[in-house]
Design a protein around this ligand. Sequence first.
Ligand SMILES: C[S@@+](CC[C@H](N)C(=O)[O-])C[C@H]1O[C@@H](n2cnc3c(N)ncnc32)[C@H](O)[C@@H]1O
Length: 197
Amino acid sequence: MMIKRAEKIGVHWRQEAQALLARNWDAELLSVQNPNLAYPKYYLTSFHAYEKGNMSWEAATEVEVAARAVHAGIWPEAGAEGDAKLRESYHEIVKSKIASSPQDIVDLGCSVGLSTFALQDIYPEAKMTGVDLSPYFLAVAQYRSQQKQSELSNQKSPTWVHAAAESTGLPANAFDLVSIFLVCHELPQKATMEIFR
Ligand SMILES: C[S@@+](CC[C@H](N)C(=O)[O-])C[C@H]1O[C@@H](n2cnc3c(N)ncnc32)[C@H](O)[C@@H]1O
């Protein structure tokens, strides 16, 4: 149903996801994965109709089309641009709350980088770090940043960190903006509280 609805509004779900799925991801996975990471129990479960939840290539290669399809419903007139509009509305709030442009930004639960790249667009000078628990999502993020790098040679690639947002291993006071977007609704309340702590 979701795929059909997506394709009706011009999101080429199957085509885009299959093109990503067909790639060899060994290099990206190797470069982002922390093989020693201990996953929180709540994360290793079926989710969003994927048997292995976020820990799968199927989920990783469908994140981008799913975001455009799901967020299309938020503003009826926006259609497939709803995702961009949703991110814009978040950035308006961020910009209204902070006076100067942040230089070091960490995006917790960055997924395949949609929120990281969107923040980078509004703060192009900032050094970006994206943290996520799914090495598959981070592999796609890494691929996307390599593609962007070749298009926009002046923009720095984000650093992708495979870790739990509750325990990133990143140094304290290292960031002047910590962003967490579209993540907490997926977490047990205890995990959200630990992340904020
Ligand atoms: C809805 S998704 C994407 C959110 C992304 N920020 C965006 O705007 O597209 C939520 C993400 O949070 C990640 N996530 C969930 N629990 C996490 C945790 N404890 N630490 C780090 N990432 C987590 C998931 O792997 C997933 O990529």
